[in-house]
Design a protein around this ligand. Structure first.
Ligand code: ADP
Ligand code: MG
Length: 697
């Protein structure tokens, strides 16, 4: 096997493998369960399990696992071998239908946000036939959902699947209103663009902060960063190219559609974009991509950093979530189309997204919130913490003309009547220019750009799917009772534009003036995780998620707790790491360096009183002053960390971490970075920013 087409999907139990290996009727049953969510009966499950096992063993697998996505944001697996003892001290390889369909990992060590306190500790995993099984490192991995025995979702896949059902249900109601009878289902599609850093393993291993927290907690600015913009789309270095080649091959084997790769803005930063696919598969694939990136990097003596902000003063990493809706007949519902009919349908689905983003700004913000991503949102590199949408000037003018019943177009301006007139063309190229918008229309899809590089894309897509399903539900309720569809549709679209246009902004999202303007418009500006998380429990949000059966109030509450708890834990580890680095490495180093300076001055003086020792004495004095300052700041951080025990409520604790612990960390960093600037490289205990960022030659 050496051509890409041979390699692609070679480790995936996909449709063509199933067609070849399953009896026709079983194959059909599996297809039905993939497309319509129908449960497979146990006889069929046994047949599938057997075929899967034989296929996996032929590919060298010895174990199987239910592969799931607990609320830690990473994936989990527990390997079981296929062996089963038989007479004569021998074993046979077995895998039953029951083992395929359901597993029982111990749920007690995964975060549950209090779900375990109220319900049974046990959890079970259930096969998700919509995402293909695959072989990774000799293990047959079966994508599964993870629930408690009470049925509460303990993972990131269950709510995502539920949200896809919701948007299918409501979207189909709307599609039917347009007289569409051939469509039987609607799915959302996603193409997540993944950013990451690659650094040499040797420098990584010398940085406790990178090893414990994934980001640098100290580090003076290097003489050269990303100012020259000479890295973006630049030639790929041979070591990186070799990494990318192997990464692609590994991903292709698993059926991941890795498509484009290039250098990003910051030195050592890169990006991988796959071809889009169904949202839950894209989510599984993105998890695999992150895992395999890290594994392959190690093989090449490098480390792949997925943290949102590994380096201060250098661009952080995000994940652009390209999102659209598509019918099973292959129609992209966010493609404007050419006919009045297609245009009308497009406009209504577009309105559904506009309304969703406006009504659920808070939930979208929460979906991308984490301690790591807080460093990016609002900084001058990533979209601001304020939600807004970019539609492009053409499309916005068209919407405005519809809203105000004003003529639109070139020479022959005319009124646009939805469903009657063809929309004027708006060039796709015009729509992709704005890189500062958190949520941009790019011709036939939206690009949600606030996601952080390290997190699962599940949360953001759960919110998007559900919020859009809610807009569609409201539209279907109105239009299903209409006696004059065309007219009522036109009026509906007008009213949605009028009500929600405040969320549309085509200007520069990095501009301070926009933040003020956004406030005037009444848009939310939720700067940090503790600022936004309380909105989880806002009545309208609880109503949204319960109405569409995505989360029960208890499940929502558990997510609220987990988000805050995760935030506190990250800051706690960072604070302790800083203290460790300062006491154990940095203070001893600067102390030794000032001793060396003082010794040198003394030695010089002993040669002759007239020798000028001002360099040594002044620098030693400066370092001593800074050291005293650093000690004060370190103690302040220590006190702050001790005070965390005074808080019981998770929200109050998270606020304390942000306002006091994090503030103390920042103050300490300023002094330590100043010390680094003045300390001899020979004495400084860590590789510098320059050493790290340019470590891969
Ligand atoms: P660029 O970012 O260079 O403009 P594209 O816009 O073509 O490139 O694609 C960016 C990402 O968006 C890719 O991952 C692509 O697969 C994805 N994408 C394209 N069309 C859709 C769609 N209909 N739904 C979801 N993602 C899409
Ligand atoms: Mg893009």
């Amino acid at each position: 096997m050496n051509t890409v087409t041979d390699v692609f999907g070679s480790m995936v139990f996909n449709d063509s493998v199933m067609r070849a290996r399953l009896p026709k009727d079983v194959f059909k049953q599996v297809q039905r369960s993939i497309n319509e969510g129908k449960r497979l009966d146990s006889a069929a499950a046994t047949v599938v399990a057997n075929a899967m096992k034989d296929w996996a063993i032929e590919k060298g697998a010895t174990h199987f696992t239910h592969w799931f996505q607990p609320m830690t944001g990473i994936t989990a697996e527990k390997h079981d071998s296929f062996i089963s003892p038989v007479d004569g001290g021998k074993v046979i390889m077995e895998f039953s239908g029951k083992e395929l369909i359901q597993g029982e990992p111990d749920a007690s060590s995964f975060p549950s946000g209090g779900l375990r306190a109220t319900f049974e500790a046990r959890g079970y995993t259930a096969w998700d036939p919509t995402s293909y099984a695959f072989i990774k490192d000799g293990v047959l991995c079966i994508p599964t959902a993870f629930c408690s025995y009470g049925g509460e979702a303990l993972d990131k896949k269950t709510p995502l699947l539920r949200s896809m059902e919701a948007i299918n249900r409501q979207g189909m109601r709307v599609i039917r209103l347009f007289g569409n009878t051939d469509v039987t289902s609607i799915k959302t599609t996603v193409g997540p663009e993944q950013e990451y850093f690659l650094i040499d393993k040797s420098v990584y291993e010398k940085r406790k902060d990178l090893m414990y927290t994934g980001r640098t907690l100290f580090g003076a600015k290097p003489p050269k960063g990303q100012e020259l913009e000479d890295h973006y789309f630049g030639t790929i270095k041979p070591r990186v190219a070799a990494f990318m080649k192997e990464l692609n091959e590994e991903l292709w084997k698993l059926g991941v559609l890795a498509k484009t790769e290039h250098n990003e803005v910051a030195p050592a930063q890169h990006e991988l974009a796959p071809i889009f696919t169904t949202t839950n598969i894209a989510t599984d694939h993105n998890q695999l991509t992150m895992e395999i990136m890290q594994k392959v990097a190690k093989k090449h003596d490098m480390v792949c950093l997925l943290h949102e902000k590994p380096f201060a003063g250098v661009n952080g990493s995000g994940k652009h979530n390209n999102w659209s809706m598509t019918t099973n007949t292959g129609v992209n519902l966010l493609d404007p189309g050419d006919t009045p009919y297609e245009n009308a349908q497009f406009l209504l689905f577009l309105c559904a997204v506009i309304q969703a983003v406006d009504d659920y700004q808070d939930m979208l913000r929460i979906s991308v919130a984490s301690a790591g991503n807080d460093h990016r949102l609002g900084a001058n590199e990533a979209p601001p913490a304020v939600m807004s949408m970019f539609l492009g000037t053409e499309l916005e003018s068209i919407l405005s003309a519809i809203e105000k019943d004003e003529p639109y177009g070139g020479k022959e301006k005319e009124l646009i009547k939805v469903g009657v007139h063809v929309l004027p063309k708006f060039p796709k190229d015009n729509t992709d220019r704005n890189r500062t918008s958190p949520f941009a229309f790019t011709g036939n899809k939206f690009e949600f750009r606030m996601l952080g590089s390290a997190a699962s894309i599940s949360g953001a897509n759960v919110v998007l799917n559900t919020a859009v399903a809610e807009s569609l539900r409201q539209y279907a309720d109105i239009l299903e009772n209409s006696n004059d569809f065309e007219n009522d549709l036109h009026e509906l679209i007008k009213s949605v534009i009028a009500k929600h246009k405040r969320i549309i902004f085509n200007g520069n999202g990095y501009d301070d003036a926009w933040i003020e303007e956004a406030e005037r418009r009444g848009l939310l500006n939720l700067k940090s995780t503790p600022d936004c998380v309380p909105y989880y429990l806002a009545e309208k949000n609880v109503e949204l998620f319960t109405r569409h059966k995505i989360y029960t109030p208890v499940e929502l509450h558990s997510r609220y707790e987990i988000k805050l708890d995760g935030y506190c834990k990250v800051l706690h580890i960072e604070a302790l790491t800083m203290l460790d680095m300062v006491w154990k490495d940095i203070l001893p180093a600067v102390s030794a360096y000032s001793k060396k300076l003082a010794d040198t001055a003394l030695a010089k003086k002993s040669l002759s009183d007239s020798i000028d020792c001002s360099f040594e004495t002044e620098l030693a004095a400066k370092i001593s002053t800074l050291t005293a300052e650093a000690v004060k700041k370190t103690q302040a951080l220590e006190y702050a960390v001790m005070d965390v025990k005074n808080y019981e409520d998770t929200l109050e604790l998270a606020r304390f971490y942000k306002d006091t612990v994090f503030a103390a960390m920042n103050e300490l960093r300023i002094v330590v970075d100043e010390l680094e600037t003045h300390t001899s490289a020979e004495f400084w205990p860590y590789p510098s920013y320059g050493d790290i960022l340019f470590s891969v030659k």
